[in-house]
Design a protein around this ligand. Structure first.
Ligand code: ADP
Ligand code: ZN
Ligand code: ZN
Length: 744
């Protein structure tokens, strides 16, 4: 075929990228194409569009004869194509609603011919800039003499003598018409030039970078890290540092060292919307050497970021997990902040974990990896203790500020005292004091909505989603029942759909109910709620957090997003409404998830000169995740948790594979899962591998699809993987294979 156009001026992959993609496809059992797509920015590519034009042999007179008996619109369309061609369908549709019939008629009679035109998407957009084309003296003279009678052109020239250059937007603001611009260009006094527009929503996030004295813990960390970058040592480090110990500053210094050597840096954060503080600190240090990449960017912004990195115009990328696949060819350092966060695992194919892939990409490119966290994942800490990563501990907060004291409130005792409010007496008292001192508080409840389930008191029926096996959540603000899995909304019924009784009651507590309780207790307080329902818009988190940081609110209330990524000196109190939310999930990592959220939330208090306090409300005050969380005791938590993992043979002592069989047919899904489990049992028993299930997933139906799980627990992951490949189930639509799953 003939070549229509050249798409790219450079190859998209270098050897390291290709090798990383190959590793991903082998480890996670996806196709190589799927793995390679990770390196390509979203929605870039080509789109073919049909255009039409007059054939070379076009003969208007003959056409007029053919069209004589046809309605007027035939002639209109034809002359439009002949005069403007090639034109596309979008233009032609504006002429008449009958266009498909007319085009068919023309094509059959060779009155027009189709042309394929390739348009590229995700390409840079351009703006026009005008400059003087002559010396200032010549221009000044022309302005005084030649242009006396042309006021608009004269004004434009005067502005250019003052500003050197102007772009289209600036010219429009000066109320100078495009026509005047064209005429002035025609005189040869000025000249236009096209430049790419950099689309970047972060360009205004800048803070001031001051030179600071590193603490001794920071110096010790860097004395290990910097030599490894210099020697291309392919080393990995785990920085276990309490919140506020200065880890971010260590990242900045390490990246600076890499940049001085001309090496590039990838910095991953768990969720960019919650981490714009880290972006602004990096921007303060590195300015335009940084690009930010994440899914809420527009296609154009994403592509510009990609292109600037690819062209070497920027050397540092900050982003969520997908930034790991940024096109940097001289990688020196990868940093994964809050490495324990589960957002680093992709929940669709390829189901990769950014931490694992980072270690591989770094190894292939002679780069180091820094994993940082106040509460490292159990697996990561275990790996550090057993020598896979160099462990760096930072125990002190910068300036030696103490960790805030935590009070655990046993909610069973509150009930015994006859207090039914979701806010305990102790929490109410703490908030009263905070408000009186004009300080600020953060309140965490990891469940959104008003009530978390609706029940008939007469027959015990719980209102469930039609499509999902899950209770509907009541949202008071919109007065609807919502399914948090398929997003369907239902009107609130007056009577029970099962028995017709009117005794429908609301149970459980979500953020909306807490907001109402706070407003009742503290009518004068300014309260802002931050959860998925209030943060739909682009940069919405930033707006809420900056308003809170600026003192526009007294209390910030919300789901786990209030526990992350901010450092506000006036926050002196943190209240956790229910420390148990995650503890009761059927997940072997329930304790780990609980401990890390509690620690993170508690870490928001007392980050300035004022001391902080934390209150945790719970029904399980003796659980080790709660007691260790209250004592800021990671080591204690780790010891209990690793023992539990050892006893039950969970990771890090084994590897897990989760196989989910799914289908709209409930009986069918159980049948194929049983068959599959039997096959696996036959193939895998010899290696001492355990196959658990099949058993229904914890929510056994989502969006009308039934799901049944099989878990493989093994010491021989590659053997199990080979067996799965041999069974040929890796590419089946009804089967999901998840290597190292994070939700079990
Ligand atoms: P972490 O990332 O461990 O939570 P940060 O790096 O954010 O800690 O540091 C906490 C606070 O201390 C920040 O406001 C930061 O600007 C400040 N900070 C960090 N290192 C130093 C230092 N060496 N001297 C003074 N202030 C510092
Ligand atoms: Zn009922
Ligand atoms: Zn649903």
């Amino acid at each position: 075929k003939s070549i229509l156009d050249i798409l790219d001026d450079y190859p998209w992959f270098d050897n390291n990228m290709l090798a990383t993609a190959k590793w991903v496809s082998e480890y996670y059992l996806c196709s190589l194409a799927e793995a390679m797509r990770l390196f390509i920015p979203g929605h870039t590519g080509i789109k073919t569009e049909k255009y039409y034009q007059a054939p070379d042999s076009a003969d208007l007179e003959q056409a007029a004869v053919v069209l004589a008996s046809k309605p007027e619109e035939y002639r209109t369309v034809l002359s439009y194509i002949y005069e403007n061609g090639p034109v596309n369908l979008t233009h032609l549709r504006k002429l008449t609603g009958n266009i498909d019939v007319i085009l068919k008629f023309f094509l059959q009679r060779n009155l027009i011919v189709p042309v394929n035109t390739v348009t590229k998407r995700g390409r840079p957009s351009y703006k026009t800039i005008v400059n003087l084309a002559v010396s200032r003296e010549v221009a000044a003279h022309a302005e005084q003499t030649l242009l006396k009678t042309k006021p608009a052109q004269r004004r434009l020239l005067a502005e250019l003598l003052y500003h050197q250059q102007l772009d289209t937007t600036q010219i429009r603001r000066l109320n100078i018409s495009q026509n005047a611009v064209k005429q002035l260009i025609a005189t040869g006094l000025i000249t236009p030039r096209s430049v790419p527009v950099i689309r970047n929503s972060y360009s205004k996030t800048v803070t001031n970078y001051q030179n600071i004295m590193l603490t001794s813990e920071q110096q010790a960390a860097l004395s290990l890290i910097i030599p490894a970058i210099k020697d291309s040592h392919q080393k990995s480090f785990l920085i276990h540092g309490v919140t506020g110990s200065g880890k971010t500053q260590v990242y900045i210094e390490a990246v600076a060292a890499a940049r001085q050597l001309g090496r590039q840096a990838i910095i991953l954060v768990p969720e960019i919307a919650l981490t714009s503080q880290i972006v602004s600190r990096f921007r303060a240090a590195f300015g335009d050497d940084i690009v930010v990449m994440h899914s809420k960017l527009s296609v154009g912004e994403r592509h510009d970021a990609w292109r600037r990195l690819r062209a070497g115009e920027a050397g540092i990328v900050i982003g969520a997990r997908s930034a790991l696949f940024a096109p940097v060819s001289n990688l020196g350092i990868i940093i994964i902040d809050e490495e324990h966060e589960f957002t680093y695992k992709q929940e669709e194919s390829p189901r990769y974990h950014a931490r694992e892939v980072a270690l591989i990409r770094a190894k292939l490119s002679g780069s180091i990896v820094i994993l940082g966290s106040a509460t490292p994942a159990i697996e990561t800490y275990y790996e550090a203790l057993t020598g896979k990563h160099t462990l760096i501990t930072m125990q002190k907060r910068v300036d030696d500020a103490p960790m805030p004291p935590v009070t655990v409130v046993d909610m069973r005792e509150e009930l015994a005292k006859g207090r039914r409010s979701v806010i305990s007496e102790a929490l109410q008292e703490m908030l009263t004091q905070v408000l009186a001192r004009k300080e600020q508080a953060v309140i965490l409840l990891n469940r959104r909505g008003y009530s978390t389930f609706v029940l008939c008191r007469e027959c015990g029926h719980v209102l469930k989603c039609r499509h999902c096996d899950i209770a509907l959540v009541y949202h008071a603000s919109a007065n609807t029942l919502r399914c948090h899995y398929c997003q369907e909304r239902h009107a609130v019924p007056d009577t029970c759909p099962e028995c017709g009784s009117r005794y429908i009651r609301y149970f459980g507590t979500g953020t909306e109910k807490v907001e109402e309780a706070l407003a009742t207790l503290f009518p004068a307080a300014r309260i802002v709620r931050m959860d998925q329902d209030t943060t739909g818009a682009k940069m919405a988190h930033d707006k809420i957090l900056s308003a809170f940081a600026a003192g526009d609110y007294d209390i910030l209330l919300g789901t786990q997003m209030v526990a992350k990524g901010h450092d506000i000196p006036n926050v002196t109190a943190v209240g956790i409404i229910s420390a148990d939310t995650a503890l009761n999930l059927p997940d072997f990592r329930a304790a780990e998830k609980t401990f890390s959220l509690l620690t993170q939330a508690a870490g928001r208090a007392g980050r300035g000169v004022k001391a902080g306090r934390v209150i945790m409300q719970t029904y399980n005050p003796e659980h080790y995740a709660i007691t260790a969380g209250a004592d800021h005791n990671y080591q204690g938590f780790y010891q209990s948790e690793i023992q539990f993992r050892h006893q039950l043979n969970y990771p890090p002592y084994t590897k897990l594979i989760k196989i989910t069989v799914q289908s709209g047919n409930e009986a069918g899904v159980h049948h194929s899962a049983s068959q599959l489990a039997a096959q696996l049992n036959q193939l895998l028993t010899a290696t001492g591998t355990l196959i658990i299930g099949p058993f229904p997933a914890s929510i056994n139906k989502i969006k009308d699809i039934f799901r049944v799980n099989i878990i493989i627990k093994t010491h021989d992951l590659s053997g199990a993987r080979k067996c799965i490949s041999a069974l040929g189930i890796a590419n089946r639509k009804d089967i999901i294979i998840d290597i190292d799953p994070v939700n079990v």
